[in-house]
Every structure is written in structure tokens, then in C-alpha cells.
Design a protein around this ligand. Structure first.
Ligand SMILES: Cc1cc2nc3c(=O)[nH]c(=O)nc-3n(C[C@H](O)[C@H](O)[C@H](O)COP(=O)(O)OP(=O)(O)OC[C@H]3O[C@@H](n4cnc5c(N)ncnc54)[C@H](O)[C@@H]3O)c2cc1C
Ligand code: SF4
Ligand code: SF4
Length: 416
């Protein structure tokens, strides 16, 4: 039997590649550093281009009747997938056509296969919590820094014996035939971009944070509220190209932030009762079929200002004064806003153990680049090494899924 395929990252791309390969009879080891699969798409609420989730998932007891998944349930049921959550790859070495991989997994305080989500432990101790209502596997997680007597009681009383507070980190070494990088992207936290004041006022947030605010399964059930005092956010301003197209940060265009900013602007205006939603931009790049978000936003009354922010200052604890230079009118405009939302750059994921360097993989702006021998084949980044989704650069979900399927297809062809 052939060695398994290693996939690093269980976001949309990694999950898709895992399921496609597993369904074709290939064993897969899927390593995810977080305690839940899903990656950045876990809490996005509506996804363009359909304004719905693409891969539907049976509901669970916490959120009956809601469809939302990206192959997540298949990951747990498919016997060919060995899903290792809260795990990281520490080292990879090539050995005569194969790869030796060292994997380390955090202590398994809660056995996710045994947890039935009864909630008893969460009632007894704050050390147990749910990372997200959509988390998969559907199981609570334990934070050892919050260990208290309640946690010990929960360990004794858990109806399925799922809790083991003495659990320890495990390390293992496996041999794999191919490697797939699906380690995704990170939304830049624009703390160093002084002109926008991120981190200085609670009502200055990023688009990913706004998506979580507007998620009906979120903390405030999707209401558009100011983080400072939880009052309705009536005046919202969005700023494009924060950290992107900027030689001081990332010179590239993050490609999808115009589309999701407009998606959010439309939701704020039409579903969340915001009075005024303004988008400050340099260019609006609603590429390909997404131009409809621009026309829909205009129709919904979203205001577009071509220009740049010249000043952001707190007016009081809950509102901000913003001065915008409108380059079309050649005028400075003054706004008072409840929520100032930054469309921040999408940056490459971290590579904490220098795996990319050790495999001598090529990079382009920090993202994985096609292998030089087959530059036309975007998903092949090395000999028996592939990448898909946003590990290759900013991409939407359909594109990430298409690339993941291309990777699965290439690996299957190589095995014939
Ligand atoms: C605000 C916002 C709104 C968006 N809205 C939409 C939309 O409406 N429609 C749409 O199509 N797209 C949207 N996107 C884009 C969407 O998030 C991405 O296309 C999608 O999440 C890409 O999936 P991925 O698997 O490539 O990466 P990710 O979602 O980033 O997943 C990567 C996974 O790899 C894991 N990982 C990273 N490094 C390691 C490591 N070293 N070891 C183990 N695991 C690792 C991460 O924890 C994560 O689970 C939006 C993005 C943002 C920021
Ligand atoms: S008590 Fe046990 S089964 Fe219930 S939620 Fe906690 S870990 Fe899961
Ligand atoms: S997609 Fe739009 S907001 Fe994002 S970097 Fe490109 S032009 Fe700027």
C-alpha cells in the first residue's frame, strides 16, 4: 500500500483536497494547528458569490436547521482521513523519494470523539469553552491556564469520560509520499499603520472582525453593534487597501477585499439597518463576475468616496471623527462614525518551523510560488509537493476549492 499524503492546514482548501483524495481511496494525514477545522471561513456568515454557504452540513443540537460546512462532517466520517487537530509539523526531510515528517500534537484534554456536547463542564468551569458554534469536531476545548476546582469536578462527572486533565503532548514520525500545503492566509492586524488608529479605539475593527460581528451565531447574534457600548452602529465607514498596494507593507493587491467589503456594506445597509455606509477607496476591484456587488451596493445606497483618510480621532468613547480627502471633488470631508472598518491586507501564514525553507520552496511575496519546472502549473510547488487555496496567494473559496481538486487530481495521476 502507498504511503499517505500529508496535508498541512484544514481550511476550505485542505479539507477539499483531503476529502477528494480520501474518496478516491488514498490515505490522508490532515494536520491542523487549531482545535477546529474550517480556517478563516469558519465564521464568515454569507459567502460570495452565492450569499450562502457552498457545502452544506447537517445541523447539530446547538444550531438546528442551519446549513454551513465545507466538507467538515466528511472529515470525521471518512476512514481514509487521519485528522490531527491542535497539531503542527515540526520537521520534514526527504528520504529516497519519500518524506519523513515529525508531527507534534497538543495534549488531548478533551477526547473529541467522546464529547457529546452536554455542556456540563462549561457550567462547572470557565476553563472549558466552545471555540465557535460552527466548530468541527463538535467538542469543547480546555484552557489549562484556567484550571480550577470546577474543571476537576467536570473531569470526574463528564458522562462519557471524555476529559483527561493529565493528558500530555504527543510526538510522532510518519512517512508520506506527497505533501500539500493548504496553510492559508492571515488577515493583517494593522497595528503599525498609524494613520488608521487600529488598536487605539474599540470601534476601529477589520473586515474579518466585522464578519464575526455580523454572524448570526456570534456573540451578539449578528446585530451590528459598536464594540465600545453595544449600541447600534448607525454610521459605518470602510477603508480599502489597508496595508495592500503599499510599499511600506504589501505591494500586491489582496484581490478579494473589495468584494467582501461590498458584501459587508450591503448586509450592513439592507439587513442591519445602518443609516450611512461609506466606502473610501483608491480603486474598486470587483473582479470577474463580482461586479454585481458594486451595482448592488450603489443601489442599496452605499456611498463611495474616492480618496484617502487624512485623520481619525475619537470624538468620545463611542464615536470617531474622520477626515477624508475626496480626490474627485478635491475637498476635505468630515464624518462622524460609529464603526471604522479596515479592509486589511491578506498576508501569508506563518511558517514557524521553517518548513518551506527546509524544502527549498520558491516564494512570491511570501506565498508559495509554482515550481520553476512547471510554472504554468500553479498548484505544483516542488517535486511531489503541492499547494492550494490561499497558501498560493489571496483567493476566494471557489478558487481555493478548484485548486484543491486540481492537486488531488495530480496526486491521483501520479499514483497510477
Ligand atoms: C473578511 C473576509 C471575508 C471573506 N468572504 C469571502 C466570501 O464571501 N466568499 C469567498 O469565496 N471567500 C471569502 N473570503 C476568503 C476566504 O476566507 C478564503 O478564500 C478561504 O478561507 C481560503 O481557505 P484556505 O483553506 O485556503 O485558507 P484558510 O482559511 O486560511 O485555512 C488555512 C488553515 O490552515 C491552518 N494552518 C495554517 N498554518 C498551519 C500550520 N503551520 N500547521 C497546521 N495548520 C496550519 C489554519 O489554522 C487554517 O485552518 C473572505 C475572507 C475575509 C478575510
Ligand atoms: S462534560 Fe464531557 S461530554 Fe459534556 S461537554 Fe464536557 S467534555 Fe463534552
Ligand atoms: S481588492 Fe480592493 S481593497 Fe483589496 S487591495 Fe485590491 S484594490 Fe485594495
Amino acid at each position: 500500500m502507498s504511503d499517505p499524503v500529508l496535508i498541512i492546514g484544514a481550511g476550505v482548501a485542505g479539507m477539499t483536497a483531503a476529502v477528494e483524495l480520501a474518496d478516491s481511496g488514498v490515505n490522508v494525514v490532515l494536520v491542523e494547528k487549531e482545535s477546529s477545522v474550517g480556517g478563516n471561513a469558519l465564521d464568515l456568515y454569507k459567502a460570495f458569490p452565492t450569499d450562502d454557504c457552498f457545502y452544506c452540513f447537517e445541523s447539530n443540537r446547538w444550531r438546528t436547521g442551519i446549513r454551513k460546512c465545507f466538507y467538515r462532517s466528511a472529515l470525521l466520517d471518512q476512514p481514509n482521513i487521519d485528522l490531527k487537530i491542535s497539531s503542527t509539523v515540526k520537521e520534514i526531510t526527504r528520504k529516497s523519494g519519500e518524506f519523513l515528517v515529525k508531527i507534534s500534537s497538543e495534549p488531548k484534554y478533551v477526547d473529541n470523539k467522546k464529547c457529546i456536547m452536554c455542556g456540563l463542564c462549561m457550567e462547572k468551569s470557565k476553563a472549558f469553552y466552545l471555540t465557535s458554534p460552527q466548530c468541527q469536531p463538535q467538542a469543547v476545548v480546555f484552557d489549562p491556564s484556567k484550571l480550577d476546582d470546577g474543571a476537576k469536578e467536570a473531569e470526574e462527572e463528564c458522562p462519557t469520560g471524555a476529559i483527561n486533565l493529565a493528558s500530555e503532548e504527543t510526538r510522532e514520525e510518519i512517512q508520506v509520499s506527497d505533501i500539500v500545503f493548504a496553510s492559508g492566509y492571515h488577515e493583517m492586524k494593522p497595528v503599525n499603520v498609524d494613520e488608521y488608529g487600529y488598536g487605539t479605539h474599540p470601534n476601529i475593527i477589520t473586515q474579518l472582525e466585522l464578519a464575526q460581528v455580523m454572524d448570526p451565531l456570534g456573540e451578539d447574534k449578528g446585530q451590528l453593534l459598536r464594540p465600545s457600548d453595544k449600541a447600534p452602529a448607525k454610521n459605518v465607514m470602510m477603508v480599502q487597501c489597508v496595508g495592500s498596494r503599499d510599499e511600506n507593507y504589501y505591494p500586491y493587491c489582496s484581490k478579494i477585499c473589495c468584494v467582501y467589503a461590498l458584501k459587508h456594506a450591503i448586509i450592513a445597509k439592507t439587513e442591519r439597518d445602518a443609516n450611512r455606509v461609506s466606502v473610501v477607496y483608491i480603486d474598486i476591484r470587483t473582479y470577474d463576475r463580482h461586479e454585481r456587488y458594486y451595482s448592488d451596493a450603489r443601489e442599496a445606497g452605499v456611498e463611495f468616496i474616492r480618496g484617502r483618510i487624512t485623520q481619525v480621532e475619537p470624538l468620545d468613547e463611542d464615536t470617531l471623527n474622520v477626515i477624508v480627502y475626496d480626490s474627485l471633488l478635491d475637498k476635505y470631508l468630515k464624518f462622524t462614525v460609529d464603526l471604522f472598518v479596515l479592509s486589511s491586507a491578506l498576508e501569508p501564514s506563518e511558517d514557524p518551523h521553517n518548513i518551506l525553507k527546509s524544502l527549498e520552496l520558491g516564494l512570491s511575496s511570501g506565498f508559495l510560488a509554482p515550481h520553476e519546472s512547471t510554472p504554468e502549473n500553479k498548484v505544483r510547488v516542488g517535486e511531489s509537493i503541492y499547494a492550494c487555496g490561499t497558501a498560493l496567494g489571496p483567493a476566494e473559496i471557489p478558487e481555493s476549492v478548484t485548486q484543491a481538486r486540481a492537486v488531488a487530481s495530480l496526486i491521483l495521476q501520479g499514483r497510477k
